[in-house]
Design a protein around this ligand. Structure first.
Ligand code: BT5
Length: 247
């Protein structure tokens, strides 16, 4: 039994030593489960990111997904990834590690990715069935088990941390920011996000429609990235199948 002090997140915890993917499992059971049910595994055999990109999930990380059922209009669901990002950054801050958010879903320390967030939902035009907030955080993971552009808390701190301690801090922060989201205090969420995000930077956006360069200035109230192109036009880039590189 894992003792947690959160009220919603993790009120039911389903733990696996090994699983295909906690997000996939969460999607399979989401309709029958109450809000807050959390799936966590020591190892994922088929952890994934956006567009089925592989997510390395060996022993030593937190690989978890939480089922959420907010009573909000589906257009707000995009903001769940911002809840995840701010929660993770604050959890790392509580452990003495300064992290930055790279829009839309990467958390970096010293320019290297320590965490990825994946929100996947089921909803109609007017109603949310569920949204799964998936978080993959590298804690005691050895460097050689990760892609070269990744890092872990172990690499940064030089010591291993008890996974359970990090987990408890993390879900406390996620619950706090999920409460703010549910109360529709979106300004508070975005302002906090901005204070940790890498903005005012030259970026290159890659999407299926092509590539363009510009300066990332801000996010709008829907979480779209506002990029100024070299001819002075402001383009809005929507979280989806895009990737962003710092130019
Ligand atoms: C993400 O995707 O960053 C979201 C990853 C979400 C993982 C969690 S773990 C629990 C839950 N269950 C799942 O199956 N998924 C979620 P994306 O933006 O598409 O980035 C993927 C890219 O990150 C890969 O192509 C690699 O370059 C890099 N990568 C893969 N594994 C990594 C790791 N462990 N740490 C850092 N970077 C990694």
């Amino acid at each position: 039994m894992i003792g947690v002090s959160t009220k919603i997140l993790g009120r039911k915890i389903i733990y696996f030593q090994e699983i295909d993917s906690t997000n996939e499992y969460a999607k399979r059971i989401a309709m029958e489960e109450e809000e807050g049910t959390l799936i966590i595994a020591d190892v994922q055999r088929k952890g994934h990111g956006r567009r089925s990109r592989e997510w390395a999930s060996p022993r030593g990380g937190i690989w978890m997904s939480v089922i959420l059922k907010p009573d909000v209009h589906p257009r707000h669901l995009i903001k769940i990834v911002f809840v995840g990002a701010v929660g993770v950054v604050e959890a790392l801050e509580a452990l003495g590690v300064e992290a930055k958010i790279k829009w839309p879903n990467d958390i970096l320390v010293n320019g290297k990715k320590i965490c990825g967030i994946l929100a996947e939902g089921k909803y109609s035009e007017s109603k949310v069935d569920y949204i799964i907030l998936g978080v993959g955080l590298n804690i005691n993971v050895d460097k050689d088990a990760l892609p070269p552009e990744a890092t872990s808390l172990k690499e940064i701190l030089g010591v291993e941390l008890p996974l359970m301690d990090v987990f408890k801090v993390l879900i406390g922060k996620l619950e706090h920011w999920y409460g703010i989201f549910k109360r529709q205090e979106h300004d508070i969420l975005f302002n906090r996000w901005r204070s940790h995000a890498i903005l005012n930077r030259k970026v290159r956006i890659l999407s299926e429609e092509g590539e363009f360069e510009g300066i990332a200035w801000d996010v709008d109230e829907d979480g779209a990235l506002i990029v100024e192109t070299p001819d002075g036009k402001m383009e809005k880039v929507i979280y989806g199948d895009v990737s962003l590189r710092y130019a």
